[in-house]
Design a protein. Structure first.
Lengths: 284, 294
C-alpha cells in the first residue's frame, strides 16, 4: 500500500493496482535459427524487481534485453528458468502488464482516443466508461483536444504521450519499456522522462526499463542492471539511492552523487560495450 | 512613439499585402497548370481518334478490319436504340455486370479469408504455399472452357471464372498484408489480454486492409475480363456473346462499341472502389493516396 487510492484513476477493479514484484530465476532463452541451429540469447539471468520499483536494464546492443522483457510479459516461454510476477509463475500472458516500445505501437487507423481506449476495451469495459477514462488519460498526458486526430497527424513527442496514456490506462502492475524514448530528440526526451516519472509516482507500477542511455537509466531508476554482451547475463546490479521525487531529470544530471554513480556504472558497462563492438566489427 | 506605431502598422500592412499577392499568384499558377493539363489531354484524344478516323477514311488503314470511330459511334447508337439479336443492350449489359460483380464478390471474399488465414498461420502457409504458386502459374483463363463444359451456358460458370481471376490478386495482397503487420502492435494487444480473435479484428485485418483495397482496383478489371471471356467461350446472353457474334460477322465496329461500354462500366466501378478506399483508409497520411492517383 505505497500509494493512496485516491491518486488512482477510476475503474478496473479486477486489475491488481499495486506494482508486483518480479523475480527472474536462472532464465535462459534459446532460439532456433531457420537453419536449425540454436542461438542462446540470454543465459542464466537472475534478477529481482521489488514491487513498485523502477528498474533499468543497460547493456550493449543485442545482449538480450528485449528477450528478457518478452519472458517477463509471457509473450515467449523461457527455455530454462522461471519468471514469477507477484509470486505467481508466468505461464502464458502475464496479467496486468503494459508494453511500450521504441517505435510507438499505435494503431495508425484508429483515432487518438480509440488508441488509448484499447486497453480497457480489451478487458471488456463498456464503451462509454472506456471513453471517459481515455479522455481523462489524454488530459493527464496533456493531449486534451487531440482526441479525434490520427497518429500520423501528431508529432513524435505527442505520439509518445498517446502511447504512454495507452500503456498506463489499465493501471498495470508491471510496465515494460523497451527503449521507449530512444527515437526522440534530446529535449523531447527529457520532457517525456519527467512526464513518465510524474505518472509513475502516482501509479507506482513496477517498471522494467530498457535503455542504452546511462544518464537516463540513472536519473529514472531505483536499480540499474548491467547485462553482458551475447549471450546476455547479469554482470552487475547498482542500487540508485538518489532521493525521490527526483524532480527535473535534466538538473539531477549535474549533482555530484549522480555523477559518481554514473561513473561507477560506466566502469562496469564499458568493457561489455567494447567487447560487443569488437564482436560485431569482427563479424562484419 | 506615434511615428513608431505608425511605422509598425505600415510594415504589417505591407507584409499582409505581399502575402495576399503571393497567394493570388499561387492560385493563378495552379489554374494555369490545370488548364494546360486539360488542353494536353483533349489534344491527345483528338489526335488519336481523329487520326484513326482520317487514316481509315483515306483508306490507308482498312476500316473493314480495324473499324472507324464514326462507325463505332453509329453501332453504339444502334446497340442502344435497336438492341441486339439477344435482347436489348441493357439486358446483356446487366447480365455481364451481374456476373462480374458476383464473381468479384466471391473471389474477394474467398481471397481475403484465405489470405488472412494463411498469412497468420505459418504451418498452413508453408504446406499450401507451393501449390498456390503452381495454380497461379497455370493459365487460369483456360479454366473457363472447363467451367462451361461442367456447368453449362448459364451465369454460374462466368461468375466462377471471374472469381478465380479475382481470387489470386486479392489473395496474394491479403497474404502479404498480414505478413506486413507490425509485430510490436500485435505484442502490444496480446499483452493487454487480446484473444486471437481480437488480435485479428483490431490489428491483422485493419492492417491488411491497405493491401487488400489496393488490390481491388486490379481485381475488378479481372472480374470483367473473366466474365467477358467466359461469355465469348459460350453464353446465351451478355456483352461477350455480342462480341463473339460481331467477330463472326466481321463487324469490328460492334466489338469496339462493346469495349467502350465495358470501359464505362469499369470506370464507374473504379470510382466506387475509390470512394470505398477514401472511406476506409481516411486515417492514412495524404501523400500515399496521391501517389496512387496516377
Amino acid at each position: 500500500m505505497k500509494t493512496p487510492h485516491t491518486a488512482r484513476p477510476p475503474g478496473l477493479p479486477h486489475i491488481a493496482g499495486e506494482g508486483a514484484r518480479i523475480e527472474v530465476t536462472g532464465l535462459t532463452k534459446r532460439y532456433l535459427t531457420p537453419k536449425g541451429e540454436t542461438f542462446t540469447a540470454i543465459r542464466d539471468v537472475s534478477m529481482t524487481v521489488e514491487a513498485g520499483q523502477f528498474c533499468s536494464i543497460v547493456g550493449p546492443t543485442g545482449c538480450g534485453k528485449s528477450t528478457t522483457l518478452a519472458q517477463v510479459s509471457g509473450l515467449e516461454h523461457p527455455s530454462a528458468g522461471s519468471v514469477k510476477v507477484g509470486g505467481n509463475l508466468v505461464e502464458g500472458i502475464t496479467n496486468g502488464v503494459s508494453y511500450m516500445f521504441q517505435a510507438d505501437a499505435l494503431f495508425p487507423w484508429k483515432s487518438v482516443l480509440s488508441n488509448v481506449m484499447m486497453g480497457p476495451i480489451l478487458l471488456g469495459m463498456p464503451k462509454r466508461e472506456a471513453t471517459d477514462l481515455a479522455r481523462d488519460w489524454l488530459r493527464r498526458v496533456g493531449l486534451a483536444g487531440f482526441e479525434d486526430r490520427y497518429p500520423h497527424q501528431l508529432s513524435g513527442g505527442m505520439r509518445k504521450r498517446v502511447a504512454m496514456a495507452a500503456a498506463l490506462i489499465n493501471n498495470p502492475r508491471i510496465l515494460l519499456m523497451d527503449e521507449p524514448f530512444g527515437a526522440l530528440d534530446v529535449q523531447t526526451k527529457a520532457i517525456m522522462q519527467n512526464e513518465l516519472l510524474k505518472l509513475w509516482e502516482e501509479l507506482r507500477p513496477s517498471v522494467l526499463f530498457i535503455t542504452h542511455d546511462l544518464d537516463e537509466a540513472v536519473a529514472l531508476s531505483d536499480r540499474v542492471v548491467i547485462m553482458t554482451s551475447s549471450p546476455g547475463s547479469i554482470k552487475d546490479v547498482f542500487d540508485i539511492d538518489l532521493p525521490r521525487p527526483r524532480g527535473n531529470v535534466q538538473e539531477i544530471r549535474h549533482e555530484e552523487q549522480f555523477l559518481d554513480l554514473q561513473g561507477r556504472i560506466w566502469e562496469s558497462l564499458k568493457d561489455e560495450v567494447t567487447r560487443a563492438y569488437a564482436l560485431t566489427a569482427g563479424a562484419a | 512613439m506615434t511615428a513608431l506605431t505608425h511605422n509598425e502598422t505600415r510594415k504589417g500592412e505591407k507584409a499582409v499585402d505581399t502575402e495576399a499577392a503571393a497567394k493570388d499568384a499561387g492560385r493563378l499558377k495552379a489554374r494555369r497548370r490545370s488548364t494546360s493539363i486539360w488542353i494536353g489531354r483533349i489534344a491527345l484524344a483528338v489526335a488519336v481518334v481523329g487520326g484513326w478516323q482520317w487514316f481509315t477514311t483515306e483508306g490507308w488503314v482498312d476500316k473493314f478490319f480495324f473499324g472507324q470511330p464514326s462507325e463505332i459511334w453509329d453501332s453504339l447508337v444502334r446497340l442502344f436504340t435497336e438492341g441486339t439479336a439477344f435482347g436489348t443492350i441493357w439486358e446483356n449489359l446487366g447480365v455481364t455486370a451481374q456476373e462480374a460483380f458476383l464473381g468479384f464478390l466471391l473471389g474477394t471474399t474467398v481471397g481475403v479469408v484465405l489470405g488472412i488465414l494463411l498469412g497468420s498461420n505459418k504451418y498452413l502457409s508453408a504446406v499450401v504455399g507451393p501449390y498456390i504458386r503452381i495454380v497461379n502459374s497455370i493459365p487460369r483463363i483456360v479454366l473457363g472452357s472447363i467451367f462451361i463444359v461442367a456447368f453449362g451456358l448459364g451465369v454460374f460458370p462466368k461468375i466462377l471464372l471471374a472469381a478465380v481471376l479475382v481470387f489470386f490478386v486479392v489473395f496474394f495482397n491479403a497474404f502479404q498484408g498480414v505478413r506486413e503487420v507490425d509485430q510490436n502492435l500485435v505484442a502490444n494487444v496480446r499483452v493487454l489480454g487480446a484473444s486471437p480473435y481480437q488480435v485479428a479484428m483490431h490489428v491483422t485485418i485493419p492492417s491488411a486492409m491497405t493491401w487488400i483495397i489496393a488490390s481491388l482496383h486490379t481485381a475488378f478489371g479481372f472480374a470483367i475480363i473473366g466474365a467477358l471471356v467466359a461469355e465469348v467461350l459460350g453464353a446465351q446472353k451478355g456483352i461477350g456473346l455480342i462480341i463473339s457474334q460481331a467477330q463472326g460477322t466481321f463487324d469490328p465496329n460492334t466489338v469496339f462499341a462493346c469495349m467502350v461500354i465495358i470501359a464505362v462500366v469499369t470506370l464507374f466501378a473504379e470510382s466506387l472502389i475509390n470512394m470505398l478506399e477514401h472511406r476506409l483508409l481516411k486515417w492514412r497520411p495524404p501523400n500515399r493516396s496521391e501517389a496512387q492517383a496516377i
